[in-house]
Design a binder for this molecule. Sequence first.
Ligand code: HEM
Length: 174
Amino acid sequence: MTTYVWYFIRATGTVAYLILYTSVMVGLFSQVQKKRKQKIGNTLYLHESLSNWALILIAAHLIFLFFDTYVSFQWFELLVPFATDYKPLPMAIGTVSLYALLVTFITTKLRKQIGIQTWRKLHMLTPVLYIFVTAHALLIGTDFQASSILLLNILPLSIFLWLLFKRHGTSTAA
Ligand code: HEM
């Protein structure tokens, strides 16, 4: 039984990460489309839907962790950073990522109420969330290898830096 739960913890974490990765790629693609003056409505819908699915998978990741009899976590050990003796730093990074993702989800749902400009500024912090999730997976995961994660992330990182460069180039030229 313990082995199955462990498989599910790894599977839900890995699928959540891959969905988040795809969501990041789709989000970056929407900015490329915007630069090319193309419509981005459908792309943004996909970006948001993928992030919602990642959140569902992360909820499952936590539920399986709670039922893990190998370590036997209490709820507060999963929800309060550094409350556990089991790999405290990678666990805390996971908990902080969870909260950051929840804040992103809630502020996106309330973006009209909080104002699009404020929401956009908050959303600019999501690369930090992605870096945190990547660090969590690399530090604690069984299946995550630094070389393959680096390879996987070269493309989104390059697009992100290109968009930053373009934005900076446009704002200094203006
Ligand atoms: C944004 C939220 C999170 C994401 C995307 C995420 C993703 C992942 C990924 C990708 C793995 C690696 C799977 C593997 O290679 O084994 C993993 C493993 C793990 N995560 Fe998370 N995680 C998140 C939140 C959390 C939280 C809040 C905790 C608990 C505090 C947690 C605890 C663990 C543990 C204990 C493992 C190790 C499983 C093993 O033994 O291999 N995660 N997570």
